[in-house]
Design a protein around this ligand. Structure first.
Ligand SMILES: NC(=O)C1=CN([C@@H]2O[C@H](COP(=O)(O)OP(=O)(O)OC[C@H]3O[C@@H](n4cnc5c(N)ncnc54)[C@H](O)[C@@H]3O)[C@@H](O)[C@H]2O)[C@@H](O)CC1
Ligand SMILES: Nc1ncnc2c1ncn2[C@@H]1O[C@H](COP(=O)(O)OP(=O)(O)O)[C@@H](O)[C@H]1O
Ligand SMILES: [K+]
Length: 508
């Protein structure tokens, strides 16, 4: 699913109005009807106090329409107009009149702090103050109202966006932003829903298809895309019946050190579970028995050194080399990595200590084969590219790094972002149970196996990250977040593949 910017969405609104020969008021009615239907489906007529806070722009207009429909369906509703200015939008005004026609329960104006209503914990609050039109921080008494709503601990549903969130920048620490439990957003999720600095404001997300012009949406290019089930399914390449293990590539996983052989064992197990044809592991001597016993399916070659990697001597012409997990950063290992880089020509997967070595020896970056994939977590990324002011600057810095070095970066997190210098793909699977030792090692094996099965690097990263998260989700559904250990992710790769082709009421 594409992620459009606020200006692209405004353009989409205009083109839709023109091409479908409707008024903007009709489009608002259509959008807000969807919001109403979703709320009605969830509340089922429950008589809890519903308090709707409407701004005076089109987000407020949506709130008025929802309020009217809830009143018509017998809900216990109070609509408030947060009257921060007199510049009411036309569609707001039209709906302001309409709500007065259906009930004597007219909207109440809020003009100052003294007008704030009481909000109780059991209330259902609808935030329709600001949407994608917010262009400066919420100030004065309106900011205080945001605080008042947040402090109430009522359930808060935001229409389109939580008020106070910008679509293209991070609010300052002191800015007032609604803390929503749930956000019903129009047509496309907004980028800020996925950024570490802003994702907590949004709560659960549901996207409502409000029928904006299909051609415009299809033809308009966006750098940003979400990878959900539909996209992952598109990326998947079925196996040919007439095939052999050579078709699915030979993966060489290189890593481990004394006390950290488990990491490379996890990586290689994951690579085999993801479909690598053959796997060879290169480890220090101390890893020999551990790997042979723990994973009889893999072949093992050992370094001359017992505890760490010192020279990666092998004639194997692997389809993909995956380096770094548990490798450590000793001088000898840095030297071994340098030699490995010199002789590797195909795109590699570099993780963990591999990334740290590159950060400490930036000259090695020029030896990394084009289109290789780096899989840092935020700390590793910072060591590699330096500090950023905020998540927007971080994205720019990563894209620049990818372009300059011709690399792909998989930035791991609650939402994992995949960068290739021009496109950014945001993953939708995964859960907090995956915040556990070794889940990154498993991811390296998964993506390496995708490369060995001849997926193009960007696709390999997208599908690999999606399936890795899905495997974690399927395990957690039955066993809890807490009990998940990283080996479970590898064990559940099979279910993640099968799930690609399961229908779930058309949703992914
Ligand atoms: N046809 C359309 O344009 C549609 C728009 N829709 C809704 O319209 C919203 C966008 O509406 P608007 O563009 O009217 O903008 P908003 O309703 O988000 O904001 C209202 C206006 O307040 C002003 N403003 C911005 N920041 C402010 C601040 N800190 N303090 C005081 N005033 C401030 C701006 O001039 C802005 O236009 C979307 O988020 C969505 O909810 C939906 O009804 C779907 C259709
Ligand atoms: N809260 C979360 N939600 C979703 N995925 C998560 C969460 N926390 C961690 N993950 C995933 O788990 C993996 C952790 O990788 P990493 O930090 O390298 O761990 P390790 O070094 O222990 O292997 C990444 O793929 C990341 O996206
Ligand atoms: K809102």
């Amino acid at each position: 699913m594409k992620i459009f910017s606020a200006s692209q969405l405004k353009q989409a609104d205009e083109i839709t109005i023109k091409n479908q020969n409707i008024t903007s008021e009709e489009l608002m009615e259509r959008a807000a009807t969807q919001v109403f239907e979703e709320i009605h489906r969830r509340l089922q007529g429950a008589q809890l106090p519903v308090k709707i806070f409407c701004g005076i722009g089109n987000n407020g207009g949506d709130g008025l329409v929802v309020g009217r429909m809830l009143l018509e369906h017998g809900y216990q509703v109070k609509v408030f107009v947060v009257n921060y200015s007199d510049k009411r939008s036309q569609d707001f005004l039209a709906n302001y009149d309409k709500i007065k026609e259906v009930s004597n329960n007219w909207p109440e104006l809020i003009k100052k702090e003294e007008d704030f209503p009481e909000i109780n914990r059991g209330d259902f609050v609808i935030d329709a103050m600001f949407g994608i039109g917010l262009n400066r921080p919420i100030e004065g008494w309106v900011g205080k109202l945001v605080e008042h709503i947040n402090n109430s601990r009522a359930f808060v549903l935001a229409i389109d966006m939580p008020s106070g969130l910008f679509s293209d920048k991070i609010p300052a620490k002191e800015d007032a932003v609604i803390n929503a439990n749930f956000t019903l957003t129009f047509q496309t999720p907004k980028l800020v829903f996925f950024l570490p600095q802003t994702m907590d404001y949004v709560g659960d997300i549901q996207v409502l298809d409000i029928g904006l012009d299909r051609d415009f949406l299809a033809e308009t290019d966006t750098a940003l895309e979400l990878t959900g089930k539909a996209e992952a399914r598109e990326l998947y390449k079925p196996r040919k019946k007439n095939s052999h293990k050579g078709n699915y590539g030979h993966t060489l996983t290189v890593g481990g050190s004394y006390g950290k052989i488990g990491s490379i064992l996890l990586t290689t197990t994951a690579a085999l579970r993801t479909g690598a044809g053959l796997c060879t592991v290169f480890v220090p001597k101390c890893g020999y028995e551990i790997i042979q016993t723990g994973l009889p399916e893999a072949m093992v070659i050992t370094d001359e050194n017992f505890e760490m990697l010192t020279a990666i001597k092998t004639d194997l012409d692997a389809d993909v080399v995956c380096f770094g997990m548990g490798a450590g950063r000793s001088e000898e290992t840095v030297g071994a990595f340098k030699e490995l880089l010199k002789k590797t020509k195909k795109p590699m997967l570099i993780d963990a200590d591999g990334i740290n070595i590159l950060s400490e020896n930036k000259d090695l970056l020029q030896l990394v084969p084009e289109n290789s994939i780096l899989t840092p977590h935020p700390k590793e990324l910072q060591r590699l590219i330096g500090k950023w002011q905020d998540d927007f600057e971080k994205m720019e810095m990563v894209q620049r790094f990818c372009l300059e070095k011709k690399l792909i970066v998989v930035l791991k997190g609650a939402y994992t972002f995949i960068f290739d210098g021009t496109k950014i793909s945001i993953n939708t699977t995964g859960n907090p149970g995956m915040a556990t030792a070794g889940s990154g090692d498993v991811l390296s094996g998964v993506i390496a196996a995708m490369l060995s099965q001849k997926y193009k690097p960007f696709a390999a990263a997208r599908l690999g990250v999606y399936l890795h998260g899905k495997a974690g989700d399927l395990y957690a559904e039955e066993n809890s977040y807490e009990a998940l250990i990283s080996g479970d992710i590898a064990e559940n790769m099979g279910r993640a593949y099968l799930d690609l082709f399961k229908e779930e009421n058309g949703k992914d």
